[in-house]
Design a protein around this ligand. Structure first.
Ligand code: FRU
Length: 483
């Protein structure tokens, strides 16, 4: 541990103590989502199930609610539900990461917790440099940096980052998010037999290739994994224009399904599909746990999307993670479902069988709250739209004629209504996770998901159901609380 590292740790710890009361008195502090203790949180990093414990690191700026020289913060959990905030994993204290220990991933190397991250460096003239770095831990808490293991290959700008590492057969592979010199987003593959020496194999996917036209100027946070016999590539392209209902957020997060030829380093794939239809979702990262599940966590935020206007900034913190989700691939489409463990949070179940609305608005006595789960099943409706309004702030609407699902909220910037949409053939069920300032709606068992922050009047717990036609359903409601 160098002197700089020690200083940064002390300063960050002081910052937590200094603002603790202000942070914790925020009515928008979430109850079952992961947040920074102070400052800004963004991407999930190093997500891994290691020696029976789940670890989730995160991009963290302790000193302000904006971006900058990032640390790796650290949470651990026995069950993905109860989390402990651990000490700081990485600080930007070395020449190769002095402007940020940027995003990366973790693997288990024969019992050693091994993390890869991008060392972000700005020189005196503010020119960017990028280094893919390695750090190891024997106890899962203290990390020893081992420095740079891969430098920038020819053909790319210094926007080259976010290594995701996995093992296939005898080799380790690393996919990195990149920008080519022609300013196309790319996913670049490396191979290694010892995790220290990496061979650059080239871009496996990207814009302006035989498979895709222009597809953004940069791809961030790639992830590549096998599911159901296919290779899924997740990327976050920047620079894609909105197209009808698609690509409405400032930057996107989505996936391709295909096959990676590891020998030729070629990835054949289908079209890009957005992972989420809501307002805030970015930089998802997955891991395979000991139960064989492919789990995903994402940042409930989007870079440059009016982040500096988020209401929690007055309380010295900003952003949160999504709940963990389990992925499955069905007919070439990724489905996301909340992990089963979250059922541990359920309390005070209330059930209403056969609720029936005919041209009206309905409030159900006991279906209200701030941190709750709603399970809505056996949905039936006519040809008129149906809607669910939550906490006076946000509405989910399904229009059976247009075959369209919509999430409409009041903008936290100017109070005006803003919307996100997706095509949906039919609506059969909804599983809704509300927290003090977040909403995650899983549609039809995870066929689509809408993830968003919400900032309602803290005391508003109202939930209403409405339709101008007929709307029948069965609803379960649980309060979500730790024991
Ligand atoms: C994505 C991202 C990554 C980078 C990190 C920096 O949100 O820009 O590409 O590693 O955030 O915090």
């Amino acid at each position: 541990m160098n002197v700089k590292d020690q200083e940064l740790r002390e300063q960050a710890t002081l910052e937590i103590q200094k603002h603790k009361l202000q942070v914790e008195s925020d009515p928008y502090r979430l109850t079952y989502h992961l947040m920074p203790p102070v400052g800004l949180l963004n991407d999930p990093n190093g997500f891994i199930h290691w020696k029976g414990t789940y670890h989730l690191f995160y991009q963290w700026m302790p000193f302000k609610t904006g971006h900058g020289a990032k640390f790796w913060g650290h949470y651990s959990s026995p069950d993905l539900v109860h989390w402990t905030h651990e000490g700081i994993a990485l600080t930007p204290s070395d020449w190769f990461d002095k402007n940020g220990c940027y995003s990366g991933s973790a693997v288990d190397d024969n019992g050693t917790l091994t993390v890869f991250y991008t060392g972000n460096v700005k020189d005196e003239k503010n020119n960017r440099e990028t280094y893919q770095c390695l750090a190891v831990s024997e106890d899962g808490l203290e990390f020893e940096k081992q420095g740079v293991v891969a430098t920038l290959p020819k053909g790319y700008t210094a926007h080259f980052r976010d290594p995701k590492v996995w093992k296939k057969g005898e080799h380790w592979y690393m996919v990195v998010g990149a920008q080519s010199l022609q300013l196309d987003g790319k996913a670049v593959l490396f191979r290694s037999s010892n995790l220290k020496e990496w061979e650059h194999l080239g871009a496996i996917a990207g814009g302006n290739t035989d498979r895709l036209g222009y597809f953004g100027y940069m791809w961030e946070c790639p992830d590549l994994f096998e599911l159901n016999g296919k290779d899924v590539l997740v990327v976050c392209p920047q620079g894609i224009e909105p197209e009808g209902m698609l690509y409405q957020n400032v930057y996107q997060a989505g996936y391709f399904v295909g096959q990676l030829d590891y020998e030729k380093a070629r990835y054949t794939h289908g079209q890009f599909t957005e992972l989420d239809r809501g307002f805030e979702f970015y930089a998802p990262q997955t891991t395979l746990d000991a139960k064989g599940r492919r789990l995903l966590v994402a940042w409930m935020g989007v870079p440059d999307q009016q982040e500096d206007q988020q209401p929690t900034i007055s309380h010295k913190w900003v952003h949160t993670m999504t709940i963990p989700r389990e992925l499955t691939l069905i007919d070439g489409k990724l489905y996301q479902q909340p992990i089963k463990e979250l059922e541990q949070l359920r309390q005070n179940q209330v059930s209403y069988e056969q609720v029936s609305i005919n041209n009206g608005v309905l409030e159900l006595d006991q279906v209200r709250g701030k941190s709750i789960e709603l399970g809505i099943q056996d949905l039936s409706y006519g040809d008129r739209s149906i809607e669910i309004s939550l906490r006076g702030e946000i509405r989910f609407i399904y229009d059976p004629q247009e075959k369209q699902a919509t999430l409409e909220r009041k903008s936290y910037v100017n109070g005006l209504t803003e919307a996100r949409h997706c095509r949906l053939e039919r609506l059969t069920s909804l599983q809704i996770f509300l927290d003090t300032s977040s909403l995650e709606i899983f549609v039809n068992g995870g066929e689509e998901v809408f993830t968003s922050r919400i900032f309602p009047y803290p005391d508003n717990e109202l939930i209403t159901f409405a339709s101008k036609g007929s709307f029948n359903f069965h609803v379960n409601k649980w309060d979500l609380k730790y024991d």
